[in-house]
Design a protein around this ligand. Structure first.
Ligand code: ADP
Length: 262
């Protein structure tokens, strides 16, 4: 198929990879995703304004809070609650992967890696994330001018963090800290049964996920300035943890957005 997903010339991540993406084609199959009229894709706008490198700009990137933490720390639980509050938009990378058609090439790739407890390759992950964000903004499900973006599960390594710089203005990295690994493992096993997650059903895969977290994901914390990393105790009931999470995110939302209901 002659669909082209290219969005930037010099970016290897934007290379055409049509066979992996089982999303609806753009209305005009010849148009690039960046050609869609109201697409608030920060990179598309940056390019059109001759700003290939946006790392110095804070005006056009998605204002974002990163939910960060080990598997089972409760990122998804907190993110889902926040996502219900007007003015927050929650997107979990793992959920986007799980929503794929598992018979598609990308769905199969996801199964292949996640069932081993490994990360899906960066190019596929970033491109899938980018297209998903694009769709959410085009459909006005996520409104960058109104909603604080709450990202969960991405970036998962330093390379992803670097690539996301052009799209995100990371205001805070909210690190959910859970020193009790066994408590997290227990949460994951329980979740595996409830949500039918193959990756968390097997003890070996769970341990592997922690290994990957320590080796690849934890270093992401050092990628961001220490001044924006906030630690929140992830032990306790969802409501207790939520109380701490709100203490961090509400002032950020107040500082950067108007009350979405006013
Ligand atoms: P959890 O919420 O338990 O930490 P996720 O649902 O975020 O886990 O992720 C499940 C699996 O999806 C991961 O083990 C990995 O295979 C894949 N995945 C999710 N996000 C990413 C990402 N940003 N990069 C690479 N792989 C990812």
């Amino acid at each position: 198929m002659a669909r082209v997903y290219r969005a930037a010339k010099a970016d290897p991540i934007a290379a055409p990879m049509p066979r992996f993406f089982p999303f609806s084609p753009p209305l005009n199959p010849r148009s690039r995703v960046t050609d869609l009229p109201s697409a608030p894709d920060p990179r598309a706008r940056a390019e059109s304004e001759g700003e290939a490198n946006m790392s110095g700009s804070s005006t056009r990137r998605y204002k974002t809070v990163l939910l960060f933490g080990a598997p089972g720390a409760g990122k998804g639980t907190q993110g889902k609650i926040l996502g219900k509050v007007p003015g927050f938009y929650h997107l979990a990378c793992g959920d986007v992967f799980r929503s794929l058609d598992m018979a598609s090439d990308l769905g199969r790739k996801f199964m292949e890696y996640s069932s081993r407890g490994e990360l899906v390759p960066d190019e596929l992950t970033i491109e899938m994330w980018r297209q998903n964000m694009h769709a959410q903004t085009v459909l006005s499900i996520y409104k960058p001018n109104v909603d604080l973006l709450v990202l969960d599960g991405i970036p998962r390594n330093v390379n992803q963090a670097k690539h996301l710089e052009q799209y995100l203005e990371v205001l805070t990295v909210l690190h959910l800290v859970c020193p009790d690994v066994e408590a997290m493992v227990t949460r994951m096993r329980r979740r595996a049964l409830k949500e039918n997650r193959v990756d968390d059903a097997d003890e070996k895969v769970i341990r592997k996920r922690f290994e990957v977290y320590e080796k690849e994901t934890r270093p992401v914390l050092d990628f961001y300035p220490k001044s924006i990393v906030r630690e929140v105790n992830a032990m306790g009931s969802p409501a207790e943890v939520l109380q701490h999470v709100l203490e961090v995110v509400v002032p950020i939302q107040n500082e950067h957005f108007r009350n979405p209901l006013s």
